[in-house]
Ligand binder design. Sequence first.
Ligand SMILES: *Cc1c(COP(=O)(O)O)cnc(C)c1O
Length: 306
Amino acid sequence: MYPMFDSDEDFFRAARDIVASGGGCVAQEEPFYVCDLRELAARHARWRDLMPRVEPFYAVKCNDDKLLLRTLAALGTGFDCASRGEIDLVTNLGVAPDRIIYANTLKIASHVRYAASVGVNIVTFDSKDELIKIKQNMPNAQVVLRIRCDATVAQLYFGKRFGCDPTTEAPALLKLAVALGLDVIGVSFHVGSDMQEPDAYARAIAHCRDIPAKDEASEPQTMYCINDGVWGSFNAPSTENPQPCSIWGPTCSPLDCIVPATSLPPLQVGSWLLFKDMGAYTLTNSTDFNGFKKARVKTFVDRCLW
Ligand SMILES: *Cc1c(COP(=O)(O)O)cnc(C)c1O
């Protein structure tokens, strides 16, 4: 934790100090993140203000920095975890298991058993096979149906992968859940990441309310989910801003191109580039590929919040 600071001026001075001081007598040579806890507290306060009856469950995958999670825990949020690793991370910070929802509808059986063993009891589902898996591995689960309702415009649509159709699939799944003796406590949805159609929330909530009691014929496509995927390998930010120079990462991979084409003032060797607002997923999707360590997080907070 860097000493507290009160203004953006202090913030940049602190960043420059880190660059200047580095590790002891050697100048800083590794990249670092700057995390401003003031922003986190302000957004949490805003949520509380505008939606006092809605309990936030923070999706750990967006940014799993420990100090950030600990701050959210202290502020009283719940947590949305997708794996044993995320459940471990959050419970190890002292978060009570009843403040966690295991919200990946595609679960590894041993992770479900682990969740049950540490007292996590709320899970989402969107298919028959997963419901049966839940019954077998967490018999007293409280389950939340996940329906599909993508926004018309989003950066990432979840509907292809997660959520059942609210009219053709949901009724049969709810019936099965009841037949299995599982306690259905709600309906959930994800309208898409970075989506640009606020009305999608209203549509999704209406779907939640209106799930019909009558089944309609449906033939869902089988999806086989295995235990590794694209997020086990490489993730690179992209840009749409093609111009005269290019920016590359440190590895020997030809894919390690951060900005294929842009324009910058001439830089000296040793110059630093600051990328503002790196955003959700950048930290959690980073890897140690090629022996280059992940960027560290340097966290800031002001005196008042501290
Ligand atoms: C990824 C995810 C989130 C967070 O989504 P954002 O669009 O990044 O806010 C929330 N809930 C679930 C179930 C998710 O998988």
